[in-house]
Structures are given as C-alpha cells and as structure tokens.
Ligand binder design. Sequence first.
Ligand code: AGP
Length: 364
Amino acid sequence: ESYDMGGHDTYMHKEIHEQVDAVDRVLRGRIDDRFSTVRLGGLNLDAREARGVRRVKILGCGSAYHTGLIGAQLIEELARIPADAEPASEFRYRNPVVDPDTLYIAVSQSGETYDTLAAVQELKRKGARVLGVVNVVGSAIARETDGGVYVHAGPEVCVVSTKCFTNTAVAFALLALHLGRIRDLSVADGKRIIAGLRKLPEQIAEVLSGEEEIKELAAEYANAKSMMFVGRVRGYPVAREASLKLKEVSYVHAEAYPASELKHGPLALIEPEVPTVAVLPDDDLLEKNRATLEEIKARSGRILAVAHREQEKADHTIVVPRNEVELDPILMGIPLQLLAYHTALALGRDIDKPRNLAKSVTVE
Ligand code: AGP
C-alpha cells in the first residue's frame, strides 16, 4: 500500500477498502496450525512469564483506547486473565498502583502519542513489564516497550483511524489466542478462533460490498440532531468507536452508552430527531438488546441496527456475516466506518483532515 490515492477520492475511503488486504497481512505467517495457536515473534514473553501474568492493563488514547476495550474482552474471554483498558491520558495523571504481576500493554497507531508514551515511561520507571501493540515500526512507543505485536496496517493517512483500528483488534485477538493457548484455552477452541480469523478478509469484503445501501442510510440519518450509539459487552466498544468516528469526521454530535445504561438516564434524550445505532451481535445478550430496542421505539426513536439478521424492531438493519462470537467486534465496526464516511460526505466535510484534529497528538 502506498500514499497514492488509487482511484479513491479520499484516504479514508481508500483505507476502509484496504482492510481486506490489511487483515490478511496482520495474520500472515503468524498462525501455527500444529498447536492451534499463533506465533508472535516480537512478544518477548516466554510461556512461564505468560503463565505468571495475573492481570492485563491496556493503555491508549482515542480509537486506540477503544481497540484496547476490545482487546481486554478478548484476553478475558480467551485467556481468562482479568483485563481492562483505560485512557493512557488518565492513567498517567492518577498515580496508579503499578503491580509486578500485571502485564501492561500500550496501544497506538503512530507509536508517538505523547500521553501513551508518557504512561509507558512512567511504568518502565516503576519496573513494570510493558508490551506494545503498535502500527508504525520503530516508533517511540515500539522502542520503549519490552516487546509486542506489530499491527501491519500499512501507512494510515486519514486522521480518523479505520484500517488500523480493525488490524489492532485482530492483533489483540492473536495475542489473546496466544496467551489463551499457553494457559487453558483448548485445542478445539484454538482451532475455532483460527478458522474465524481466516474468514475475516473475505467477510470484510462482503461487508464493504454493501456500501451503496450504507450510503443511502447515511443520507437518511445525516440531518440528525444527535446520534445515540448503544451495545452490550462485545457490542459496546464498537458503539464507542462508531460514535467517536462519526463525531470526528462529520461533526454530528453522538454519544455512546452501554445499552444496559440507557434507562439510567440517556433515554431522556430519545426522540425522532435523535436516532439510535444499535450494535446487536447474535450472542446470548440479543434478547436483552431487543428489549432495549422496544424501550427506544416506545419513545418514538428511530433505530438503525447492525446485526447478524434483520431486526424487526429496527427501522433499518445492516446485516453483517457471522463469525465466532469473540470476533464480532472486528466485523461489526466496519459498516459504521462507512456510515461515518458517507455522513461526512453528505455534509460536505473535509474528510481526511477534520477541523481541530491532528493525526497524532505528540504534545501534552
Ligand atoms: C483516530 O480516529 C483518532 N484521530 C484518535 O483518536 C487516535 O486514535 C488517538 O489520537 C491515538 O493515536 P495513536 O493510535 O496514534 O496513538
């Protein structure tokens, strides 16, 4: 991939469409079918050390933080290690307890974000082990960490992250699988996740082939006063990222909430001019999510669902292909990148260089 626009009008559009190849690249050479695991050459964490990890704390900013939310869920689910993500910008200011049995992971596209770098430096000063999940090879965060996983998304030019977001989520799935297989993830589950990962490039191409439909939906929702994004558990980080992306590139105000929190306050905002995007994977929470759609409908709210099958309570459903449930956040975010892109296009925004934003924030 190069800086050439390749026939696309914007880098954002080009980078969204590069995701098929980008995901193929982050997987390439890493899958080990013999042991139903993955090889991560630069991790610098042997099996004994990996077994000694008691907690995982992931740090990043903006979209990188959101991939950390996905990563933490994957690590908990596949490796059964308690894991959470926190904005690096907050972590570094709150005098955190640095625990020797915690594995810290810094996540960054550029590898130069000052808040994330400062968090890494503070952790290192206190003797912590810090890994990086980074896109830019040889960047400051890649150099300061003890090891890690390169994301191999290729150069990302547009200020809003698309292919790097997706590739980072896949990199976390690889790391979670690797840690899981060292710990208690069965061979059968390892095989299942590997098969799911291998399906991703083709399924991403399938999602992207629905672009025309998403463009029409964007035109319909572009004049919203504000948009609400909701999801539960695996759907929630997807909602967070989709809400950020819409704000960044289209300047349409958006909020993201766990669907379960709607009734604790934000439901007051629901009205026809404030549509809801609901991320509804076909998992054990689908029924609960449907109840949330009813609550929204009862307040005359319009609903755009991203789901594995048509949702009759929604006004529109974008159907995405099924994969393994653990990998749902990876595919479900992609149509919402297109929604943000086409909303911005419909509103005539400067897509690759949104106002007030820089690609990487290298100052405090
Ligand atoms: C991406 O959509 C954003 N512009 C922004 O949130 C970004 O993810 C954040 O500034 C962190 O950047 P990094 O990944 O280069 O560290």
